[in-house]
Design a protein around this ligand. Structure first.
Ligand SMILES: [Zn+2]
Length: 292
């Protein structure tokens, strides 16, 4: 049985990878540039991050395509390169996974398909179309499943699922970010998310990014109070970033991340990764704590 089936059947946990964007930026890339461009422009930078996560013990590599959607790429003048940047991103992760000497899953990372500042009407059709185009390229590049990350509303998950379906229907994992006093940016509470998403075709669901480990443990408890029928994901950031001079700093240490993962396991989570500010050292500590 493969790793994905074993996870979905409840026989295995999965150790995810950690931050990609924050690793690339820590490695010298500008936060103002399009990080997805690196998939073809500087593939070695992306490969190095994937390799570090394999070495740290991750079971899953997430493609460097979080913002590979139409509105975000268009803001960099790269809309026409949507297919090839996503395809290249999938191939880079696949290449490292296939060369690892053990089974590693590749998750096609799909972030919110509209600009973070957008407060207007939810562009449902635009999201369907963008996710469809993105996922077709990710599927062609060989991803094992689609990872909808840091979603904010039920409508957004619904539109994204429709997009994935029209791209051939890969399995879908999904996280939401509950960083506004325990709710998403659209005001959705964790228990309501479970009730609304329960009938959808998600294979795993949980918390991604957010306000940090302690907050996310609270969110996870609320998720479990609704008895979710899918495996639950804990993918916290290393706390909220703060500035120290010109540097962006995250305070949660690898040891604290490992302790957080153990508490998440007690609460019931079965997928353990990291988001912004987490590094291969964080994932190594998490893998050691969970695997002994
Ligand atoms: Zn994050």
């Amino acid at each position: 049985m493969g790793l994905l089936e074993a996870f979905l059947d409840g026989e295995q946990i999965l150790i995810g990878d950690g931050g990609m964007g924050t690793m690339l930026i820590a490695g010298g890339q500008s936060p103002n540039d399009c990080l997805e461009w690196l998939n073809t422009g500087e593939p070695d930078a992306v490969l190095a991050v994937h390799e570090a996560y394999v070495e740290a013990g991750a079971d899953v590599l997430s493609t460097n395509t979080f913002s590979g959607n139409f509105p975000r790429l268009a803001s960099y003048g790269l809309a026409e390169r949507m297919r090839d940047l996503n395809l290249a991103g999938a191939r880079l992760a696949r290449q490292v996974a296939d060369g690892a000497g053990r089974e590693i899953l590749v998750a096609g990372s799909v972030g919110p398909a509209y600009p973070p500042s957008d407060s207007g009407d939810f562009p449902y059709r635009d999201v369907v179309n963008s996710v469809s185009t993105q996922c077709r390229a990710l599927a062609e590049g060989g991803v094992d499943f689609i990872f909808l990350e840091t979603m904010r509303s039920v409508e957004q998950v619904q539109a994204s699922l429709e997009g994935v379906r029209s791209a051939g229907g890969l399995p879908v994992f999904c996280t939401m970010s509950f960083h506004y006093r325990g709710r998403t940016a659209s005001g959705l509470a964790p228990a309501d998310a479970i009730l609304a998403l329960g009938s959808m075709t998600l294979r795993a669901f949980g918390v991604g990014c957010g306000a940090g480990p302690a907050d996310n443990e609270e969110i996870l408890r609320k998720i479990f109070s609704e008895e979710p029928k899918f495996p639950v994901i804990a993918q916290s950031n290393a706390g909220l970033s703060r500035r120290e001079g010109s540097a962006v700093v995250y305070d949660v240490t690898p040891e604290e991340m490992a302790a957080h993962a153990l508490r998440c396991r007690e609460i019931g989570a079965r997928y353990f990764g990291g988001c912004c500010g987490t590094t291969p050292d964080h994932i190594r500590a998490v893998a050691r704590a969970l695997r002994g």
